[in-house]
Write a protein that binds this ligand. Structure first.
Ligand SMILES: *Cc1c(COP(=O)(O)O)cnc(C)c1O
Length: 419
C-alpha cells in the first residue's frame, strides 16, 4: 500500500493560514512542472507530441501560463476558456477547441485565435462554414458507440452525446476534402479517470486504424490523432498511477505497426489530459469547526461541497489528512461534512481518521483538477481562494476568495426601493 504525501507540513500551513484564512485550495508548482516535463519526455519519440491541458480542470491563468512555459497547450470548450488561454499566452494551434452543442460565437472566437477546431458533429461542418468559415485544419471527434466499452464516469460510448459515428467520419472528411480543406485531425475521448493504461493504447490503435482506412479510401493525409484525456490518478492510497512509460511504449508499437507500415508517417500524437496534469498537486485546506455525535460521529469543516463537489456528486474518494496527526492511529469512524443544507455535503462517509477535534487543520488531497473549478454558490457559499506553493517555498495567491460584494454583484438592490 502506497501512502499519500504532502508537499508541506503542519507548520507551513499554520504560517499560511495566518495570511490566507481557510478554506483554500493550494497547488504545488514544483509537482505540476515536474509531472508535465516527465509526460513530454515519456512521449518524446512521437512526432510533434503535444499535451493540451483541459482548461476546465483548473481554469486559472497562472496554471495555464505555467503550462505554456512548459510547452503545454490548452484544450478549451467555451468562450471564457478560450479567452483565459489567450490571456495566459496560449494561442494559435496550441489551443484545441473541443466543444459540443457549440454556439457559433464560440466558433468565431476560436477561428480568431487560429485554434484547432475539433468538431463534435457532422452538421457542424456547414454550421462552422456558415458562421466562421472553414479553417485550414479541421479535426473530428469520433464516438465508437457499440464498438468500444466506456468506463464508469464517462459511461458507455453508445449512450454518450459526443462525436461522429464511424460512417459519419468517412462522409465528413469527404465533405471537407471536396471543400478544399487540406489538413486533418482525428480525436476520441472515451474514458475518464481511467487507471488502466491499456485503455489509452487501445484508443490510439483504434484511431491509427481509422486513419489508415480513411486515408486510403478518401486520398487525404492526416496530420494528427488526439487520444483525448481521461488518464486517471490514484485518489486512494492503495491505487497506482497509470504507467505512462508502458502506455508510451504500447502506442509507439502500434504507431510503427499501423501508421509507419502504411507509409502514413509522420502522424503527430496529441493528448488532452486535465486530471493527471494538476489533480494530485492540489489540496483543499480546511479547519474543523465542530465535532458532533448523534447516530454517527461527524466532523464538520469550514469547507463545503461548494469547494469540492466530487465526493457529493460521484461518491468520489478523496484522501483526508489531519495535520499533525499523520502518525496517530486512524481508529475513529467519521462522516466528514460541510455546512450545506444538503445531506450529500460530505467529503467522506465512514472514514477512519485519528481522533479529530475542532480547530484541527485538515487537508483533502487531489483537488487540483475538477476541484475549485466545479465550485458553486449554492446556500450563499462563497468560492475560496487558490494559492500556489512556489518552487522556492513562497506562496502566491492566484485567486482571491469571493466576498459578499462578488456574490451580490449581479443583483440590483437600488431597484428594490421602487419595487
Ligand atoms: C474533460 C475532458 C478532458 C479532460 O479530462 P480529464 O479526465 O481531466 O483528463 C479532455 N477532453 C475533453 C473533450 C473533455 O471533455
Amino acid at each position: 500500500m502506497s501512502t499519500k504525501s504532502l508537499p508541506f507540513n503542519k507548520e507551513k500551513i499554520e504560517e499560511i493560514v495566518k495570511e490566507y484564512p481557510t478554506p483554500f485550495h493550494i497547488y504545488d508548482e514544483k509537482g505540476i512542472r515536474e509531472n508535465a516535463r516527465k509526460l513530454l519526455k515519456t512521449f518524446s519519440w512521437a512526432p510533434g507530441f503535444t499535451e493540451y491541458f483541459a482548461v476546465k480542470a483548473n481554469p486559472n491563468p497562472y496554471i495555464l501560463k505555467l503550462f505554456a512555459q512548459e510547452g503545454v497547450g490548452g484544450d478549451c470548450s467555451s468562450y471564457p476558456e478560450l479567452e483565459l488561454s489567450r490571456r495566459a499566452g496560449i494561442t494559435g494551434e496550441k489551443i484545441m477547441f473541443t466543444s459540443n452543442d457549440t454556439p457559433y460565437q464560440e466558433y468565431q472566437a476560436a477561428r480568431e485565435l487560429d485554434a484547432i477546431i475539433n468538431l463534435d458533429d457532422i452538421t457542424h461542418i456547414s454550421y462552422l462554414e456558415h458562421h466562421a468559415g472553414l479553417p485550414e485544419i479541421v479535426c473530428f471527434r469520433y464516438n465508437p458507440g457499440p464498438l468500444r466499452q466506456g468506463n464508469e464516469i464517462i459511461g458507455n460510448p453508445r449512450e454518450a452525446k459526443y462525436g461522429f459515428t464511424r460512417d459519419q467520419l468517412f462522409e465528413g472528411y469527404k465533405i471537407l476534402r471536396d471543400k478544399g480543406v487540406k489538413r486533418f485531425g482525428l480525436h476520441a475521448m472515451v474514458a475518464s479517470n481511467e487507471l488502466n493504461g491499456k485503455y489509452f493504447v487501445e484508443t490510439a490503435e483504434m484511431l491509427y486504424e481509422l486513419v489508415v482506412e480513411i486515408s486510403q479510401q478518401l486520398g487525404i493525409r492526416f496530420e494528427f490523432v488526439n487520444i483525448g484525456g481521461g488518464v486517471g490518478i490514484p485518489y486512494r492510497p492503495e491505487q497506482k498511477p497509470v504507467d505512462l512509460e508502458a502506455v508510451s511504449k504500447g502506442i509507439k508499437e502500434a504507431y510503427e505497426r499501423i501508421i509507419v507500415a502504411a507509409d502514413l508517417a509522420p502522424l503527430k500524437l496529441y493528448m488532452e489530459c486535465g486530471r493527471m496534469m494538476t489533480g494530485p498537486y492540489g489540496f483543499l485546506v480546511s479547519r474543523v469547526l465542530h465535532e458532533k455525535k448523534i447516530y454517527k460521529d461527524y466532523v464538520g469543516l469550514d469547507a463545503t461541497m461548494a469547494n469540492l463537489m466530487r465526493p457529493g456528486l460521484y461518491g468520489a474518494y478523496h484522501h483526508i489528512t489531519v495535520l499533525g496527526k499523520e502518525n496517530a492511529p486512524a481508529e475513529h469512524l467519521y462522516d466528514v461534512t460541510g455546512s450545506l443544507c444538503e445531506n450529500n455535503d460530505k467529503f467522506a462517509i465512514d472514514r477512519k481518521l485519528p481522533e479529530t477535534k475542532p480547530g484541527d487543520l485538515v487537508v483533502i488531497h487531489d483537488t487540483g483538477a475538477h476541484g475549485h473549478a466545479m465550485g458553486f454558490n449554492y446556500n450563499g457559499k462563497l468560492r475560496s481562494a487558490e494559492l500556489l506553493l512556489r518552487e522556492d517555498g513562497s506562496v502566491k495567491q492566484i485567486r482571491r476568495a469571493e466576498t459578499l460584494d462578488d456574490y451580490f454583484a449581479t443583483l440590483d438592490f437600488e431597484g428594490l426601493s421602487s419595487f
